[in-house]
Design a protein around this ligand. Structure first.
Ligand code: DAT
Ligand code: MG
Length: 167
């Protein structure tokens, strides 16, 4: 089954200069990159992304972490990987949520840590299942930012939209 999955290189990954290493590990999957960008994460985006965890005691720290407030790097790198069994392949390569439990040859096992205040700095996010992947890809990317469309799209005409252009 051809799938797409969202990967985020979290602010600790960027701060530790791990982008290249993580992309190299991800290339082991032989999946294709369908989209990639650097994103400044607003509180609104962070809270939508982690909406399913809003009742957890670690929610506020998690939001600060993904917004980059713990690492003076207020951005993440967002990617969509595309191909056969993309979701499972990327999740397996990333490893378990708890970086101390993640196998040492996974990205989280290699590069993650738990801070003394209990934040799981696990370096990457990867969608867990099909529903989550669809929700997350649509949250982080517009159709125009992806080179392959596995979810239906439609064309609309928008007038009077404010946007930045080069001068
Ligand atoms: P995953 O990122 O493996 O999909 P998740 O969706 O359950 O895991 O949780 C999202 C993030 O929240 C996770 O990457 C790190 C953080 N987190 C989860 N459980 C935690 C815990 N018990 N203590 C601290 N942070 C936790
Ligand atoms: Mg998750």
């Amino acid at each position: 089954m051809i799938e797409q999955t969202l990967v985020l290189i979290k602010p600790d990954g960027l701060k530790k200069s791990l982008t290249g290493n993580i992309l190299t590990r991800l290339s082991e999957t032989r999946l294709e990159i369908a989209g990639a960008k650097v994103v400044k994460v607003t509180r609104e985006l962070a809270e939508k992304h982690y909406a399913h965890l809003k009742d957890k005691p670690f929610f506020e720290e998690l939001i600060k972490y993904i917004m980059g407030e713990l690492h003076e790097r207020k951005k993440v790198m967002a990617l969509v990987y595309h191909g056969e069994d993309a979701i499972k392949k990327v999740r397996q390569l990333c490893g378990e949520t708890n970086p101390e439990k993640a196998a040492p040859d996974t990205i989280r096992g290699q590069y993650g840590r738990i801070t003394t205040s209990g934040v799981y700095e696990n370096v990457v996010h990867a969608s867990a299942n099909r529903e989550e992947a669809e929700r997350e890809i649509k949250l982080w990317f517009s159709p125009e930012e992806l080179v392959y469309h596995i979810y239906p799209v439609k064309e609309i005409v928008i007038e009077k939209v404010k946007k930045l252009i080069w001068v």
